[in-house]
Design a protein around this ligand. Sequence first.
Ligand SMILES: Cc1cc2nc3c(=O)[nH]c(=O)nc-3n(C[C@H](O)[C@H](O)[C@H](O)COP(=O)(O)OP(=O)(O)OC[C@H]3O[C@@H](n4cnc5c(N)ncnc54)[C@H](O)[C@@H]3O)c2cc1C
Length: 503
Amino acid sequence: MGELHEIFRRSLRDFFQKEVLPFARQWEEKEEIPRIVWEKMGAAGFLGLDIPEAYGGTAGDFEMAKIYLEELGRLGFGGLAAAFSVHTFMAVPHIVRAGSEYLKRKYLPGAASGKLIGALAISEPFAGSDVSGIRTTARRQGDYYILNGSKVFITNGYYADFMTVAVKTLPEAGAAGISLFVVDGQSEGIRRTKLKKLGWHCSDTAEIHFDEVRVPAQNLIGEENKGFYYIMDSFQMERLSAAIISLAGCEAALEITLSYMKERQAFGKLLSHFQVLRHRVADLVAEVEMLRAYVDKACQLHASGTFAVKECSIAKLKATELSKRVADECLQIFGGYGFMEEYPMARMYRDVRAGTIAGGTSEVMREIIAKIVLDGLTYEKAYASEVSGASQQVAVTASEIVRSLPRRFKKGKMPQYSGVVHLILSGEGGGMFTVRVAQDQCIVEEGLSGEPTCVVETEAVLYANMETGKIRPEEALLSGKLRISNLGEMLTISGLFARWKET
Ligand SMILES: Cc1cc2nc3c(=O)[nH]c(=O)nc-3n(C[C@H](O)[C@H](O)[C@H](O)COP(=O)(O)OP(=O)(O)OC[C@H]3O[C@@H](n4cnc5c(N)ncnc54)[C@H](O)[C@@H]3O)c2cc1C
């Protein structure tokens, strides 16, 4: 870490000491972070870390992002950490990465200065863990899209000036029909309700209803129907953010607990002299230090551009789970004072509870890790060792599955659509195929012919496992073993076929 990073950490810590900590309890009670604080954060350059300088940002490197999240985590105010991290690393990045020049100019300067607060709205009343199950729709009408549906649990959702919203633009295509839009918070037809929560009190968490909301077509982020891909792409940073914040919170909780143990007496002895408490904190320190090494490793991988799905998921799982135990055990050491509002442990205790739910639950993290270590995806080495065994898992070969495509074609779904896909499936049971869809028909030919609208290259075993539901396509994509020349096209065409198991 360079001198610049140290200066950045000091200035952030000074800012929080002066402008945030003295008032944070008041904001918890009022259940609101004053706008002026957002603007002060912006003026100090903290909100533009992920925004290029050309749009008013400070374009910090990953180390700066990590410091920002660590210092937020150390504060022990889960609501504050959530509000600022969601704005900086969840709402804004989709615009930075995939947004048009128009969207960047319209929203990024305000997001960097703190004049505009951002939210990311994906979860819905009937779809949280299962993003592909969202029901909010957007239908095209001239130069607008018309949004209908509901979102729930949206951090910053009540006060947000803009929201990055996931909707279905092609509802029948499942994950392949999701798009992202920037929606102005004040748009006509939006109704927002602030939700009462167990913790994170100063952060506004909202339920949002969209009733015939007109969103300009130019507010579409990137390409239509590619939203699921953009969301998947951003998950690693989201998980790392949660891990970094939670770990820093554990370290802060231990710090104040160790100090308390050296001051507080019982039975004429300092708490730090009771062996049972000494061993308890020794265990916690050991686990937190081990986790620090792991989270740092995950951060390094991510910063180097690796799609560290396994490491980011493990980091999120372990840090958020450990923070629950650290908060609980540290509170116990504070005795009755730990239960009192004026002591930070009470707030930490309730705030850490959201960590294993928001941003992907612990169960979902375990599922991702299990898919990697059991089904052999994502991590190159683990995957390579799985491939030979994987061929035994599938009852059918890839070529048989490809030849079944005309049978599985859903006639009448998109009668006007036409496209040509070249499938290059290497290894046993594979081959090269041309899949043509035109005039509401599908034809499969052996070999590659014609001008493809999309080329798909992968191993035959992986293809068969995807088609038979053993591996999710997005995980195959993240593994780097599945290459698709035109993802939007592929998502559209794949929505035209019934699943293998349905045949
Ligand atoms: C404080 C807070 C802030 C949030 N902020 C945002 C936000 O800013 N934007 C946003 O879009 N969302 C936000 N969320 C929503 C959050 O991402 C979801 O709550 C989360 O993804 C879980 O979805 P769900 O609540 O619908 O639970 P469900 O998906 O209904 O899950 C219910 C239970 O079933 C388990 N489960 C689900 N699927 C599986 C499976 N395959 N295997 C095993 N177990 C499974 C879950 O782990 C959970 O225990 C927030 C949530 C909270 C609590």
